[in-house]
Design a protein around this ligand. Structure first.
Ligand code: AHR
Length: 494
């Protein structure tokens, strides 16, 4: 145990709103992310609502999933929405060229996805096809989803079982236009973005956030060009950043790793801070009023696939390390909440850093799921700035502060403080000074594990989950908190 870690929460200097969309998810037609993981069809023995697994729906509702991005990813720029509507037997069967070359029967299309988001209570974030479809196709798709009129396209929606228009708050103008979305140069992508944005219209009374395809990680020139040339036509711009421990050819295993890999992974995820700072500075240049949102619309860990699984399916286990990655990013998002108003972890079920893993009728909640659960009261809360003084933790060349923190005041007045101790060997004794916070009672939850790669699997689905935390005391406006090694603590102060 060590002393000396100190956090000050400035409850008297409330900051930006912590947008609930920062807890968004990403569900792509990739591996078993949709088929099997989400959708089993209405004839399945697995309990379902309109073909979507009930266990998955219940789990997603419990963490209040606010937004789901669909249908890709790389899949989006080869997706033609008309192939996913109407009688299922008549929908064309295609090849999923991006992900394993498997067949895609289009059983989940617009009606299914939009209905699913309503059941979960999430907003849809639909990624358009810019790479291989015309602006007219995108305009018609939006008309199909949102038009209250009796146009032929709106009536087609009705014929397919949906009378009322859906609400479509977010639309992506392609995905990774610098790569799988068309291999465009930034100047060309900005022109294309302007062109498509012109034709994306929703009926009066609806508001559509038009989101430009953003940079790959630290490609600051992309953001600069997109903001300079197309900033006036968009409401948001993405950025994608994956935490990949090793080189692309040998990314590293999701479990069974050593402390060097632990430290390397967490150190790499902390790069998010620099990315949000630098992309934010560029946006400030063109949009000082911060009208345009920065959306981290793909993030999370990317490891080698589980041995024996299809390499194109990106199926990986998920451990305490992934929960730490999630919590560290939630703390980073708090510091950038004035500009960063959305994020979509990749991906929701069975793909990359998933919330849920399924195997036939079985489902497990991953440690990442539990990190989302711990932080769910941050949704739409007000950020309270924090100062953190912490000792360093290092393993080999990977050096970082042992303690990371953030704080918010919920709409109900409760103050939530999220603390992460990345040191896998030493507990942290943290004093948290609560300036301008009137609460006098503290309760908490703890997520940790016996090993760095503690995880849940189908044989032991509850090996790691949050427990009540009793290591915090509150006296005279100061919390004293004993945060165990490799742990996330969420405190509620009332
Ligand atoms: O999430 C997997 C893939 O990663 C997405 O399809 C793509 O946008 C990104 O490169």
């Amino acid at each position: 145990q060590t002393g000396g870690d100190a956090v000050t929460v400035h409850g008297d200097k409330p900051g930006a709103k912590y947008d609930r969309r920062l807890f968004g998810q990403f569900a792509e037609h990739l591996g078993t992310g949709i088929y099997g993981g989400l959708y089993v069809g209405t004839d399945s023995k697995i309990p379902n609502i309109k073909g979507f697994r009930r266990d998955v729906i219940d789990a997603l509702k419990a963490i209040k999933v606010p937004v789901i991005r669909w249908p890709g990813g790389c899949f989006a720029d080869e997706y033609h929405w008309r192939e996913g509507i109407g009688p299922k037997a008549k929908r064309p069967v295609k090849v999923n060229t991006n992900w394993g070359g498997v067949t895609e029967d289009n059983a989940v299309g617009t009606n299914e996805f939009m209905d699913f988001t309503e059941v979960v209570g999430a907003e849809p974030y639909v990624s358009g096809n810019v790479g291989t479809a015309a602006p007219s196709e995108m305009a018609e798709w939006i008309e199909y989803m949102t038009s209250p009129t009796k146009s032929t396209i709106a009536n087609q929606r009705r014929a397919n079982g949906r009378d009322k228009p859906w609400n479509l708050p977010m639309f992506g103008i392609g995905n990774e236009l610098w790569g799988c979305g068309g291999d465009m140069l930034p100047e060309y992508a900005a022109d294309v973005t302007r062109r498509y944005a012109t034709f994306l219209k929703v009926p009066a009374g609806q508001k559509l956030m038009k989101i430009a395809s953003g940079a790959n990680s630290a490609d600051y020139n992309w953001t600069d060009v997109m903001m300079r040339k197309a900033g006036d036509k968009i409401d948001g711009i993405g950025v994608h950043y994956y935490t990949v421990p090793g080189p692309w050819e040998k990314k590293g295993a999701a479990t069974g790793f050593d402390e060097e890999s632990w430290a390397r992974t967490l150190s790499k995820t902390l790069k998010m801070e620099e990315l949000l700072t630098e992309h934010g500075k560029i946006m400030d240049k063109y949009d000082p009023a911060k009208r345009v949102s920065l959306l981290v619309d793909e993030w999370g860990t990317w490891y080698d696939v589980e041995p024996g699984t299809n390499p194109g399916f990106l199926y990986q286990q998920n451990s305490l390390r992934d929960a730490m990655v999630a919590a560290l990013n939630f703390n980073i998002f708090a510091r950038h909440a004035d500009r960063v108003r959305g994020a979509n972890i990749a991906q929701m079920v069975n793909v990359l850093q998933a919330m849920l893993l399924t195997d036939g009728a079985k489902m497990v909640k991953t440690p990442t799921y539990w990190a989302f659960d711990l932080y769910k009261d941050y949704q739409d809360a007000t950020v309270l700035p924090v100062d953190v003084q912490s000792r360093w933790y290092n393993k080999d060349q990977w050096t970082m502060r042992a303690v990371s923190a953030s704080a918010v005041r919920g709409t109900d007045g409760v103050v939530h403080v999220g603390l992460v101790n990345v040191d896998p060997n030493q507990a942290a004794s943290v004093t948290v000074k609560l300036d301008g916070v009137s609460g006098t009672q503290v309760t908490g939850k703890l997520l940790t594990g016996d090993k760095m790669d503690a995880h849940n699997d189908f044989a032991a689905p509850d090996a790691i989950k949050p427990v009540a935390f009793t290591g915090a005391t509150l006296a005279a406006g100061t919390l004293t908190v004993q945060v165990p090694a490799k742990a996330i603590v969420m405190l509620d102060i009332k």
